[in-house]
Design a protein around this ligand. Structure first.
Ligand code: FES
Ligand SMILES: [Fe+2]
Length: 359
């Protein structure tokens, strides 16, 4: 198991640079954890469906006529064509290759011209089920049937989000921005999990936050960051972006193992989903949701998106530099700041736990 933070080393650089390691991560991590795959609003009505991939594994999410949300393998049992594409609404699920048709709960209804096939019963054929759960605006799927329930993984997060006044079931999707980054997905996650790089790498963000109070708390499958906005100093902080001082400067930042982040503010919530595209290529999806205010719901402000984008560009530069360095023959492992990098260490301990016996 893991050593204490003060004696520990970071995970080996080969975990970030070896394409074969990503294949093992799919099997050990991405197909064994709750993966955020889309918006609950897209599969709200009976017959609505959403086709997604979980680390390359085709998955269909379908709302049944009984109102139950189900997830299946999106692979036809005949000759393995994928069945559904994109997002839509259907009465049944028809494979586009030879027209085998499945019910909304995954049972095979029709297999044209399949008489005379021996040792085969239409009624025995179904699309293999996966677990699916909803929380707030998100749908999560877990390919593995044995791992803890979503509620267990999220722990106290739903309570804390509710306590901040965020109505998760009423959020309005406002805006999405994607970034493709030339680094391993863990480089991006490592970077998200510490405030240690704020002074050197994010001067404008550093001015906004009370760095001395910055803190990372770790739990079983997630960590949270406490980053209070600094009160302005009279005469010196005209250029500050956040006014603070209006008393409502609370914010919550959560990272949920392995690749989901939630940033919760008094008037909006944003998520970051971190998807490995290759061992050295990562897609980060940023989405903003706003809260209903009385009758109307405002969209996220362009200033909020622009500030996030400025920080993200700074992080992208850092992450791409780190990926280059990790591939260097001169580097393998580093050490952690005890004061500032406990969140990175926590992530690495989870990596070691899930990858045990493979490396
Ligand atoms: S592969 Fe689906 S019907 Fe043939
Ligand atoms: Fe950063």
């Amino acid at each position: 198991m893991s050593h204490g933070l003060s004696t520990a080393h970071t995970i080996p650089s080969s975990w970030y640079t070896d394409a074969r390691f990503l294949e093992r991560e799919k099997e050990r991590i991405f197909w064994h954890t709750w993966q955020p795959v889309g918006h609950a609003a897209k599969v709200a009505s009976p017959g609505s469906y959403l086709a997604v991939e979980i680390a390359g594994e085709p998955c269909a999410i379908v709302r049944g006529n009984d109102g139950i949300l189900r997830a299946f393998s999106n692979v036809c049992r005949h000759r393995a064509s994928t069945i559904l594409e994109g997002n839509g609404c259907a009465k049944s699920l028809r494979c586009p290759y030879h027209g085998w048709t499945y019910s909304l709960d995954g049972a095979l209804l029709v297999a044209p011209e399949f008489e005379g096939v021996e040792n085969w019963n239409r009624s025995d054929v179904r699309l293999p089920a996966m677990r699916v759960e909803e929380w707030g605006p998100f749908v999560f799927v877990n390919v593995d049937s044995q791992t803890p329930a979503l509620s267990e993984v999220l722990g106290d997060i739903p309570n804390q989000v509710a306590a901040l006044g965020c109505p998760v079931s009423k959020l309005h999707f406002s805006y999405r921005r994607d970034y493709m980054i030339r680094c391993n997905w863990k480089v991006y996650v490592d970077n998200y999990l510490e405030g240690y790089h704020l002074p050197a790498a994010h001067p404008s963000l550093f001015r906004e936050l009370d760095y001395n109070e910055y803190r990372v708390d770790t739990f079983r499958y997630y960590s949270s960051q406490y980053a209070p906005i600094r009160p302005p100093r009279p005469g010196r902080d005209e250029a500050r972006r956040y006014a603070a001082g209006d008393g409502d400067d609370r914010a919550l930042y959560f990272w949920i193992f392995p690749n989901f982040m939630l940033n919760v503010y008094p008037d909006n919530l944003s998520s970051n989903i971190i998807l490995p595209v290759g061992h050295d290529r990562t897609l980060t999806i940023f989405e903003w949701f706003t809260y209903p205010k009385g009758e109307e719901t405002k969209d996220i402000s362009p200033e909020t998106v622009a500030f996030s984008d400025e920080i993200q560009q700074e992080d992208i530069r850092i992450c791409e530099n780190v990926q280059k360095g990790l591939a260097s023959r001169s580097y393998d492992r580093g050490r952690y700041s005890v004061k500032r990098e406990n969140g990175v260490h926590h992530f690495h301990c989870l990596m070691e736990e899930f990858m045990k016996g493979t490396a």
